[in-house]
Design a protein around this ligand. Structure first.
Ligand code: NAD
Ligand code: UD1
Length: 338
């Protein structure tokens, strides 16, 4: 029996593949390489000394999924397959809705045909919207999203919840990720964004290796202790382990379950920059810019539910995230293309 990682060649998928392989699972990856490289899958094999069955397919393509399911014995699906650039989703909403909802509908359809009853989905803290106070609890109402990418997460949660209601044997674990950063400690796999990074951490690592001259901090006048935005950064390896914990939980508990995956701790942009500089002994030049539209002053999880249900909590520190992310970027200054 194997786990299928849909979109598993990407940043979070490759780290998750390593943790499943290390835990003794067989791993199948389906990815159309829209935002990833096959080299990343080879590196997963190199790190673990195990092989991965790789299908270069569009996960919206039900026939391609049927072929995969007929060739592999899939006990659970972890669904990462989606487009994730917030700004691009505003410019190309139809592409985002079509792809991000299409992958989920195709997976659920083919899973049902093949009797696979377990899906773990990559959701996001973005579904909490902007009206809930921090820390964010799973019991809080979902809010209004500010962009099509966020709405696809919101709608995918709804689709999986409705599918679980209709099929009492189906289990869907909706993992709401906070801000995944860092890289595997080997320095062989990591985040490799195309073009100018949208998120702060890959931007900092690219400044650190000289790919970009400086960071722009999006506002220092928020109502936070140092005026900069606060987020719950989580090491991608901790996040990966959360998926390994979610599969046995899902197998035992039919129905839909929402679980935050964060550390429960908020870190400001200034704290992030200072920690990165101190741990790695590099300077990160920065300027203060305008606030970014749609940004929240603060977002961090209450992470108790993950401990209670999955026996999982984050173990790595902000220092680990900064050290491991910088190691990946220094060893691979141009990502997988370098
Ligand atoms: P990523 O872009 O590195 O990985 C997504 C993978 O899905 C890529 O390899 C891409 O090629 C693949 N993909 C996209 N559409 C596909 C399709 N139709 N068929 C097959 N493969 C397809 O992104 P990531 O950072 O690893 O994120 C993984 C998931 O987690 C995404 O769904 C993302 O929205 C979600 N998420 C990410 C973050 C974050 O900060 N990175 C936060 C919250 C949620
Ligand atoms: C962003 C997205 C969110 C998505 C998440 C993960 C927006 C408005 N939000 O969230 O929908 O789920 O990424 O992909 O795009 N910052 C800077 N300078 C930068 C980049 C960011 O100062 O160059 C600041 C931001 O203002 C924020 C913090 O750093 O305070 C974290 O930003 P980022 O990494 O983009 O994550 P989110 O804003 O949480």
């Amino acid at each position: 029996m194997a786990v299928l990682l849909a979109g598993g060649a990407g940043f979070i998928g490759t780290h998750t593949a390593v943790e499943f392989l290390n835990a003794g699972y067989d791993v199948v990856i389906a990815d159309n390489l829209y935002n990833s490289k096959s080299a990343a899958v080879r590196r997963v094999e190199e790190i673990t000394g195990r092989s991965v069955a790789f299908y270069e397919i569009d996960v919206c393509d039900k026939d391609a999924l049927r072929k995969l399911f007929s060739e592999q014995s899939i006990e659970a699906v972890v669904h990462f397959a989606g487009m994730k650039a917030v700004g691009e989703s505003v410019a190309k909403p139809l592409q985002y809705y079509s792809n991000n909802l299409g992958t989920t509908i195709a997976l659920l359809t083919v899973m049902k045909e093949f009797g696979c009853r377990c899906i773990v989905f990559s959701s996001s803290a973005t579904v909490y919207g902007k009206s809930n106070p921090v820390p964010l609890f799973e019991t809080m109402p979902r809010g209004e999203c500010t962009n099509p990418y966020g709405w696809t997460k919101w709608m995918n949660e709804q689709i999986i919840m409705d599918a679980c209601t209709a099929d009492p044997e189906l289990s869907g674990v909706l993992l709401r990720y906070f801000n995944p950063i860092g890289a595997h400690e080997s320095g062989r796999i990591g985040e490799d964004p195309q073009g100018i990074p949208n998120n702060i951490f890959p931007f900092i690592t690219q400044v650190a290796v000289g790919r970009r001259p400086q960071l722009t901090i999006f506002g220092d006048d928020y109502d936070t202790p140092d005026g900069t935005g606060i987020r719950d950064y989580i090491h991608v390896v901790d996040l990966a382990k959360g998926h390994v914990a979610a599969v046995p939980y899902a197998k035992k508990h039919p129905g839909a379950k929402v679980i935050n995956i964060g550390t429960g701790k908020g870190t400001s942009v200034f704290e992030m920059v200072n920690t990165f500089e101190r741990v790695n002994g590099v300077k990160i030049p920065y300027v203060i810019g305008e606030r970014r539209p749609g940004d929240l002053p603060e977002s961090y999880a209450n992470a108790d539910e993950a401990e209670k249900l999955l026996g999982w909590h984050a173990e790595k520190t902000l220092e680990d995230m900064c050290r491991d992310g910088y190691r990946w970027q220094t060893l691979n200054p141009m990502g997988y293309g370098g």
